[in-house]
Design a protein around this ligand. Structure first.
Ligand code: SF4
Ligand code: SF4
Length: 285
């Protein structure tokens, strides 16, 4: 089974919930798709066993063959090519590696070269396999890293926990497109509720079963909980804010490892997800 954890913005506790779920699952794969700022490894502290580079294809112009017809420039809808000073220039930061310019060039003056945009670290933390995607600084899109991260996950482990990037952009869609269940992690504020509604719209669009974990709850009124009630969304778990919990997290501890009440809480959340998926009783669009 593949479970993805989402949040409308960073800092809601998506990684906190993900690593705890992976830890209590006992045997699972944790996949950090938050490639711009992966931090699950800070808690799981895996022994790194392998590192894979992630490469994309970039056009390279053979200026000897190029006649300056500009067909490639006209074709590129991402404005990644320009004809300046009598030569075609490639802006690699905005190139989407579609390969189209190569196809339209009548002189075969465009070839592809590899460009490394980041890496994937693979390791183990006890019974949890850990895969971490890391996008190189300055690279525009981590989508190819997410694609490579989630390739073959279902056959590698029985349970995969995907820590998706924050927000609802195309990189998030890439991370969740093939999962069995989405957990939306929400904070108890108006802003947190707006972010929750953003990812709620996304999972409805994808028609993926989902539930909510209300994080950092206080005893006050919780607009995110109210949103769940109004929209008939299952709340699969609630974590109260506590100073001790924040301190443990800031020290890179997995709270379920050091406190049995949290172990039981996250175990219950995971069991609830299994039950909902197997009995088809999940929230759906
Ligand atoms: S590969 Fe695609 S996106 Fe990149 S420069 Fe060529 S046409 Fe543009
Ligand atoms: S399409 Fe080919 S020949 Fe024409 S400008 Fe581009 S690289 Fe040069």
């Amino acid at each position: 089974m593949k479970i993805a954890l989402l949040s409308g913005k960073g800092g809601t506790g998506k990684t906190f919930v993900s690593v705890n779920m992976a830890f209590v699952a006992e045997k699972a794969m944790y996949i950090d798709c938050d490639v711009e700022e992966p931090n699950g490894h800070l808690f799981l502290k895996p022994q790194i066993e392998a590192v894979e580079e992630v490469k994309v294809a970039m056009p390279k112009i053979d200026h000897e063959k190029c006649t300056g017809c500009r067909k490639c420039v006209e074709f590129c809808r991402f404005n990644a090519l320009a004809y300046v000073n009598n030569a075609v220039k490639v802006f690699e930061d905005v190139c989407h590696s579609c390969g189209g310019c190569m196809l339209v060039c009548p002189e075969n003056a465009i070839v592809e070269k590899d460009k490394t945009i980041g890496k994937i670290e693979k390791g183990r933390s006890g019974e949890v396999s850990v895969k971490t995607g890391i996008l190189n600084m300055g690279e525009a899109s981590g989508v190819p890293i997410v694609k490579q991260l989630i390739e073959n996950v279902s056959i590698e482990e029985a349970l995969s926990i995907i820590d998706a990037p924050p927000g609802s952009a195309c990189i998030v869609m890439e991370a969740i497109k093939d999962v069995d269940y989405c957990v939306l992690v929400a904070e108890p504020t108006i802003f947190g509720t707006q972010n929750l509604s953003m990812v709620h719209e996304l999972v409805k669009l994808f028609d993926i079963p989902y539930g909510v974990v209300l994080n950092k709850c206080l005893d006050d009124e919780n607009p995110a909980e109210k949103y769940c009630e109004e929209n008939e969304i299952h709340v699969i778990g609630k974590v109260m804010y506590s100073h001790d919990l924040a301190l443990l997290s800031s020290q890179g501890e997995i709270v379920s490892r050091v406190d049995s009440s949290y172990y039981a809480k996250f175990k219950t959340m995971l069991e609830r997800i299994f039950e909902e998926v197997h009995h088809g009783t999940t929230s759906r669009a």
